[in-house]
Ligand binder design. Sequence first.
Ligand SMILES: [Mn+2]
Length: 322
Amino acid sequence: MNELFLELKSRIEKAESIIIFSHVSPDGDTLGSNLALKFMIEKYFHKKVDSVYVGTLPILYSYLPEYNSFIDIEKIDKNKQYSLAIAVDVASKDRMVAGTNIFDKAKYKINIDHHKTNIGYGDLNIIDGDAACVGIILCKIFKAWQTEMTFDTARCIYTSLMTDTGGFKYENTTPEAFVLASELVKIGVSPTKEYRACYETKPQSMVQFQAYVVSNTMFYNQGKIAIAKITRSDMSKFDATDEYTEGIVEILRTSKDVEISAILKETKEGYTKVSLRSKTFDLTPIVMDFGGGGHTFAAGCTIKKPIAIAFDKLLNRIQSEL
Ligand SMILES: [Mn+2]
């Protein structure tokens, strides 16, 4: 790995223009990692970095330092050729959606990720499927570069770690995760402040929307499967933005007998976005059948079917696994 970290360094040194991509429906890991890497490149390599997002940038993460520096991919000139493009936490290239072309066009492409399903689409691939979050990989990189994290960088890495471990409770909460958390707290990060900023700032209508979705959940196989449906009309009834659905699938998994929980969300006409969580079952074979990806206990896919049909297909597929 160390060689790859140094190769990354020399690519940054040589680069004239740098763009960093987060994945669509961005989470705390992809956004925190993006900013952390940008801060370190700016401080130690004195280069300007374009940190971009695709789709909608969730207001939920507006507490992150320099959140407003994120650029909408639509504002980037489509013909611009960057010398270096870096994707962070992007499991597959199509997760950059409208950004994929700009990524492909770059002279050199780097893929930094921790999804086991990542096939290594970059010229340089730094993939560690055992890392709890991309933030952990970045910290190893910063150490290999012999650089010290700034306070803002540490805060971004903390968000990456805190959100991808579900607040230090998922299976990926390894000794390494706690060692890193300890380092970040020593730099000055406040676990209380970051937790409140991230998890206790929901709009009232979001709390009500989530309660509504949870109360309409369907249970199957003696309560082992929990599935909730979210239609576009549910969304508009509560004036819900995409991030309103964040965390619901984890709430469903809190039911004692639930082995697998899922939410199906009607996106555009004839498309259904699926998020899955499990306690012990490996979800990757299920989502890969639908062209998706992710982690063992947290994965997702998009089914190109109307929500009612997608629901039946997914339920059948899950039942065949249990
Ligand atoms: Mn991640």
